[in-house]
Design a protein. Structure first.
Length: 233
């Protein structure tokens, strides 16, 4: 027996993923311009010289982070998680490697690219901390689903996604300051950037606690399990 879902009841389920995609739009568009700049032979300036000197890490980061943010948004649609298990697994096979590449490339750029003007050691430390936390969250989420622990898998993957979406929220933490006070100094910029990650993680923890308050399965059958072989295909 199938249950019909009215359009009005389906709309709320799509509000969150739509909002997440919109939040991703600014960094994705900025990344697209960076790709066009690097592949179109733009003029080398002090602001982009580090990317022309070593373009592979930034290109990997832009592509992987864009796919991770957009595709990850659809994992928040309840019907796709519960009724389209095959789709959820297929998306997971992409999200795990793309998320890992996004985190690792971000860490590489933080460690090996020359420090941009306006950044400082505090912001570098924040980037290393949250980048490592994103990587660890994805690995722990993957390990949890291997143990059929859906609750922990969901929690860790939500945390990893929240960190990965930080660039979108940072637009809203930086822009108001810049409009009112102008370009922030190194210390202020670091705090405003960190605020973006912290806000996302706070929302993530709220979502996790809300889900844990609902009765749900804690294991999945073998046929629905994401296996290491699936990821390597």
């Amino acid at each position: 027996m199938t249950t019909a879902v009215s359009p009005s009841s389906a709309k709320p389920a799509w509000k969150l993923p739509a909002a997440l995609i919109i939040l991703s739009a600014v960094p994705i568009v900025a990344g697209a311009f960076r790709v066009a700049e690097l592949t179109g032979g733009a003029e080398v300036t002090p602001a982009n010289a580090r990317f022309f000197a070593s373009p592979v890490p930034v290109l990997l980061h832009i592509v992987s982070a864009s796919v991770y943010c957009v595709l990850g948004a659809f994992q928040f649609v309840p019907r796709l998680r519960s009724r389209k298990v095959g789709w959820h697994r297929a998306a997971g096979r992409l999200l795990v490697p793309f998320g890992i590449v996004a985190a690792l490339s971000g860490l590489w750029m933080t460690l090996f690219y020359p420090l941009p003007s306006g950044d400082g050691e505090l912001l570098t430390g924040f980037r290393l901390f949250f980048g490592s936390a994103m990587l660890l969250s994805i690995v722990l989420g993957f390990a949890a689903i291997m143990r059929r622990d859906i609750a922990r898998h969901s929690a860790w993957m939500i945390r990893g996604y929240a960190i990965g979406l930080g660039a979108g929220t940072q637009v809203f933490t930086l822009l108001p300051w810049m409009l009112v006070f102008g370009i922030p100094g190194e210390f202020t910029k670091a705090l405003l950037m960190a605020a973006g990650w912290v806000i996302n993680l706070a929302v993530a923890e709220w979502i996790i606690r809300k889900r844990l308050a609902k009765p749900r399965r804690t294991s999945v059958p073998d046929s629905q399990l994401l296996r290491p072989a699936d990821v390597s295909r």
